[in-house]
Design a protein around this ligand. Structure first.
Ligand code: URA
Length: 210
């Protein structure tokens, strides 16, 4: 069973994360590293996918061989930064179903407001992996998971690159049944809700915006 929080301490993950944190890493470099690191994180977050066996014939003899079971995995990207993690995971799991949730922060209430949602059918029968590189306050991830549970999802995971202790605590309180997989848990959030030391705004670094 995945714990509530898994920090992937693999040397390749940690090395790539350091390069991504570096403010001198270019947009192209950041994007390439995010794709590479997402493959490694995907390996961890999918380790509890259901398996069955099927009969195949190797060139030498028939065998009962392991194969994924059940309905296709659903990947849900929280727009827009989630798309960077999504692209890499889709290379590893090309048959996955994909959904998108768009949320913005209401400037008055500071609460997440949904502006877009399109998710795959039959979520109740799928493993659902929500992807967003930065787990900061946890408000948007909690809202996205609320929405997915209302749509029927029962078997959820949350995948991010960096987490703040505040976001991990908020997720644990709201969704203790949803394991989090991340490459690191940083020190804290600053007054603007940025993860410190962090890597800045993941969407801006990925898309070259400011
Ligand atoms: N979102 C980001 O892109 N970066 C942070 O540090 C926090 C939230």
């Amino acid at each position: 069973m995945l714990e509530h929080l898994t920090v992937v301490r693999h040397p390749l993950v940690q090395h790539k994360l350091t390069l991504m944190r570096d403010k001198n890493t270019s947009t192209a470099g950041f994007r390439r590293l995010l794709r590479e690191i997402s493959l490694l994180l995907a390996y961890e977050v999918t380790r509890e996918l259901d398996m069955t066996t099927c009969t195949i014939e190797t060139p030498l003899q028939p065998m009962e061989a392991p194969i994924l079971d059940g309905k296709k995995l659903a990947l849900i990207s929280i727009l827009r930064a989630g798309n960077g993690l999504l692209d890499g995971i889709l290379e590893l799991v090309p048959a996955a179903r994909v959904g998108f949730i768009g949320l913005y922060r209401d400037p008055e209430t500071l609460q997440p407001v949904q502006y877009y949602s399109k998710v795959p059918a039959e979520l109740e029968d799928r493993m659902v992996i929500v992807v967003d590189p930065m787990l900061a306050t946890g408000n948007s991830s909690v809202a996205a998971i609320d929405l997915l549970k209302k749509a029927g999802a029962k078997n959820l995971r949350f995948l991010c690159l960096l987490a703040a202790p505040e976001g991990v605590a908020r997720m644990k309180e709201a969704h203790p049944d949803v394991p989090i997989v991340t490459a690191a848990v940083d020190s804290h959030l600053n007054d603007h809700g940025y993860i410190v030391p962090g890597l800045g705004d993941a969407g801006d670094r990925m898309f070259g915006t400011k």
